[in-house]
Every structure is written in structure tokens, then in C-alpha cells.
Design a protein around this ligand. Structure first.
Ligand code: GLN
Length: 491
């Protein structure tokens, strides 16, 4: 648990804030003003937000306070400020994907997650910065400039949900939402020292999430602790008939699951994991295994051979889907239009001006991978590798309940360190990508520090719909990190 500074709400947990607002000990308006003050104090340095929705947030907070005053319950997230990644649709509020392409576009509807958060009493405080269309690992691909890591502003916050991770780490909001296609929630969570969850594919509705790679994209929470992440999951998960890939089932309460401990659970150590992580990161992972063993879990060696090919398969499948999804930005239907003498020239001029270099690279890669003569050799083969990864995972999950890996190979790196080398940037996601390819849940929990005293995240991966067990392990790691005194970096 984070120890809240009693002089400030800014680092309080969402669970505590909601409880105090529901019981009338605190008002949503006061909580909001406190977070707005935190933003005023540090946002010019961090740039977590593309937009702070002050007026709408004040109105939402006032409505929550009015409900409490009238004896009604605003819901489990009563008055909790939440920051939303700017690739989720918000009705009438600009949604940019940090791309010039969507300049001036205001969605006509809310994403399902936004509707659900509001219905649970949460107060949307703003839209957060990201790598353009969620393509990147550092938030430096934003058309509006990078976000900086609140732990060290010379470093990146990770990406692509860097703004959402930084917003929580800086105390601008106790919780936020990101999207994760290949690691974009877990990797920034690790680099900023917060908890980040990628749910099972289909567990959280994608309705209103601007599509990057539809078969991989999932929305999930950032939070200061595991209990808060569970609370947000319990609000946003569940079937949505508006998303055809949403799983039609009752969502089990993760808040209830986390208290169950890890006694008797089998924790997988992957012996053929691709190497390349910093020694400090490897050391924290070993300590995580030791902590779980001490808490009564059993550590089991497993092999998942196809993991080695995850990155390669991802960089065919994700760009292929992106090239198709991004075909809709043509200067006619959304945002920007660059006028030209005829329609084709207008399409070209608009796409040339509207997209940044990384987005163009992905569209070209994906178009090539899908082109007639190369389809079988590239996209087709990548789909087969995807199947192999899922099969290898299935075999491993006959022996273990969860598997642990580093979340990211290193701690937060300096701004600019990888911008000239796309492959070095792509390698940030070696450990996170396989869960997306398999559709499995995975989360990152802060666990001690590495080089320069910066946070390290441990990734917990689980089989489809096994979030309850994943969260039990997360809670045990959090307790162990807290008790050795270095797991919560600065909290
Ligand atoms: N960094 C990966 C990419 O650039 C993953 C992005 C994501 O999960 N949205 O594609």
C-alpha cells in the first residue's frame, strides 16, 4: 500500500479517496482541486496531458458531491480523478491520438470505458499524451512533444501510454487508463514505478478505442497499488455487446481475489527466456521469485521456446493491421484535410502532412507484409508463429499458474537515446509482446530499483481469464517490495 501523505490527497489511493467521499468525510471537489494544483505545479515540466478538462471535471465533481449530499451513492470510484489516454473517444472532447491527423476532431460518442468510469463516480481530469496512434515505447513519437518521466525528467516515461503512466507517478491522478497492443501499459508502468495491467483480450470493451492493431489492442488501468488496479478493473471489465470481441461472461471481482495469498501457487521461471535484460533487472526478478517462495508459492522451471520469435511476429502482424486500420484517415472523414487539385492528391497530401515518421514506417511495413507476392512469406508466417506461441504457453500453463519475467529490459532511458534506432526501441517490448499475441493477461508491479535508483517492474503473465490468480501474485509481490523498503520508489 502507498502511504498517503496526510497533507495532500495527491498520493492517496483511489480506494481511500472513494471511501472518504462516499462517507462524506471529503468532497470530490476538494479532491479535484488538490489534483489540479498538483498539475499546475509540475505539468509544464512533465507534459503528461494533451488536455486538462478542468470545466467538465469540476462539473462532474460537483455532481458527485450533490449525490452524496442527497444521500445517494455515486459508486465505487466516487470522486476519484482519472486520466484517459488520448486514443479513447470522449464525446465532444478532442481526441487526438497525439497525431496532427485528428486535429479538430471531436468524437460524437464516449468509449465504453469512459461511460463505465463516469457511471462509477470517477471524474475525468484530462486526456493524456501518447506515441502517435500508440506506436512507440517512449512517448517521443507524439506530434505534441514528449512526456517526461516524473522520477527523472531527463528520462522517458516509456510508451506508448507514457502520459497516463506519468500522470499517476506524478500524483496528477490516482488512476488512469492506457491501451496495450505490445506492452504500452506494462512497459511505461515499469519505467514510472506504478502498477499497469493488460487484461485478457476481450475482457475490457474496445468500443471507442481508436484502433491500432485490433487483434492485439486492450485497455487497462495504471494505479499506485494493486488494490486500486483491481478496483478499476472491476469497474471497466465485462461484456459489451458493442464490441464483437468482448467476452460474454460475468467478470469475477479482483478486489475480492487479492486477499487470498499465494500459498500453493506454482510460479513459472522461464529458462529459455530471450536474454538482454540489465543485471539489476535480472537481480530484482530473482528477488521476486525468492519473495514468492517465502510466501508459500512453489517456483517451477518451464520452457516457452517460441517466445524468442514474438517480436518478429508482432512487427509483421501489428503493422499489417495498422496499415488497414489507418486507411480511414483520408482527409474526408476525420480531422485534418490538406486541400489539393484533385481527390487523390488531397488524400496523399493529407496523409503526408498528418502522419509522423513512425506511423508512416508502420503503414509501409504493414502494406508490404500484406502485399500479394509477400503475404505467405511474411504475414501468413507471422500468424503461424503466433499460433506456436499460444501453443507453447498452453503447455507451460499445464505446469504453472503464472510466469514471471522482467517487464522491460532496462530502467527508464534518456530522452533521445533510442529515437534514431527504431530496432533498439522495438526491443523494449521483448517481454511484453507475447501476452498480446496469445491474448493473455499480464501486469507489471514495481519491484525495487535498478540503475540510478530508478524503478524496476516485474511482469506477471497468466493464462486467459486467470486475472484473479495474477492479481493474487501481484499483491504478494507488492507486499514483499514494500517490506524490503525499496519496492515503491519514493512512495
Ligand atoms: N511499443 C510497441 C509498438 O510500438 C507497443 C505499442 C503498444 O502497445 N501500443 O508497437
Amino acid at each position: 500500500m502507498s502511504t498517503a501523505d496526510s497533507s495532500s490527497f495527491a498520493m492517496s489511493s483511489a480506494t481511500q479517496i472513494a471511501a472518504q467521499i462516499r462517507s462524506g468525510q471529503m468532497t470530490a471537489s476538494a479532491v479535484l482541486e488538490n489534483h489540479l494544483a498538483a498539475i499546475t505545479a509540475r505539468e509544464s515540466e512533465i507534459h503528461a496531458f494533451n488536455l486538462v478538462t478542468i470545466d467538465q471535471a469540476r462539473a462532474q465533481a460537483a455532481a458527485v458531491d450533490a449525490m452524496v449530499a442527497a444521500g445517494q451513492d455515486p459508486g465505487p470510484l466516487a470522486g476519484v480523478p482519472v486520466a484517459i489516454k488520448d486514443n479513447m473517444c470522449t464525446r465532444g472532447v478532442p481526441t487526438t491520438c497525439s497525431s496532427r491527423m485528428l486535429e479538430g476532431w471531436r468524437p460524437p460518442y464516449d468509449a465504453t470505458v469512459v461511460t463505465k468510469l463516469a457511471a462509477a463516480g470517477a471524474v475525468m481530469i484530462g486526456k493524456t499524451n501518447l506515441d502517435e496512434f500508440a506506436m512507440g515505447s517512449s512517448t517521443e513519437n507524439s506530434a505534441f512533444g514528449p512526456t517526461r518521466n516524473p522520477r527523472d525528467t531527463s528520462r522517458v516515461p516509456g510508451g506508448s501510454s507514457g502520459g497516463s503512466a506519468a500522470a499517476v507517478a506524478a500524483g496528477f491522478a490516482p488512476i488512469s487508463l492506457g491501451s496495450d497492443t505490445g506492452g504500452s501499459i506494462r512497459q511505461p508502468a515499469a519505467l514510472c514505478g506504478v502498477v499497469g495491467v493488460k487484461p485478457t483480450y476481450g475482457m475490457v470493451s474496445r468500443l471507442g478505442l481508436v484502433a491500432f492493431a485490433s487483434s492485439l489492442d486492450q485497455i487497462g488501468p495504471f494505479a499506485n497499488d494493486v488494490a486500486d488496479a483491481a478496483l478499476v478493473m472491476d469497474v471497466i471489465a465485462g461484456h459489451d455487446p458493442g464490441d464483437s470481441t468482448s467476452i460474454p461472461m460475468e467478470h469475477p471481482s479482483l478486489t475480492a481475489a487479492i486477499a487470498q495469498g499465494v500459498e500453493g501457487l506454482r510460479i513459472g521461471r522461464i529458462t529459455d527466456l530471450p536474454g538482454g535484460a540489465d543485471p539489476e533487472v535480472e537481480a530484482r526478478l530473482e528477488e521476486a521469485f525468492a519473495a514468492l517462495a517465502a510466501a508459500g508459492a512453489q517456483i517451477v522451471d518451464v520452457q516457452v521456446p517460441a517466445l524468442t520469435y514474438g517480436l518478429t511476429a508482432y512487427y509483421l502482424i501489428a503493422p499489417a493491421e495498422a496499415s488497414s486500420n489507418l486507411a480511414r484517415y483520408d482527409g474526408v472523414r476525420y480531422g485534418m484535410r490538406v486541400p489539393a487539385s484533385d481527390t487523390n492528391s488531397m488524400y496523399m497530401a493529407t496523409r503526408h502532412e498528418g502522419f509522423g515518421p513512425e506511423v508512416k514506417r508502420r503503414i509501409m511495413l504493414g502494406t508490404y507484409a500484406l502485399s500479394a507476392g509477400y503475404f505467405d512469406a511474411y504475414y501468413g508466417k507471422a500468424l503461424k508463429v503466433r499460433r506456436l506461441i499460444a501453443d507453447d504457453f498452453d503447455r507451460a500453463y499445464q505446469q504453472v499458474d503464472v510466469m514471471l519475467t522482467p517487464t522491460a529490459p532496462s530502467v527508464a532511458f534518456a530522452l533521445g537515446a533510442k529515437t534514431d534506432d527504431p530496432l533498439a526501441m522495438y526491443l523494449c517490448d521483448t517481454y511484453t509482446i507475447p501476452s498480446n499475441l496469445a491474448g493473455h493477461p499480464a501486469m507489471s508491479v514495481p519491484f525495487g530499483t535498478g540503475a540510478d535508483d530508478l524503478p524496476v517492474g516485474v511482469q506477471i503473465m497468466a493464462a486467459t481469464l486467470n486475472e484473479p490468480v495474477m492479481f493474487r501474485v501481484a499483491a504478494a509481490l507488492e507486499a514483499a517490495a514494500g517490506s524490503n523498503g525499496n519496492g515503491r520508489g519514493g512512495q
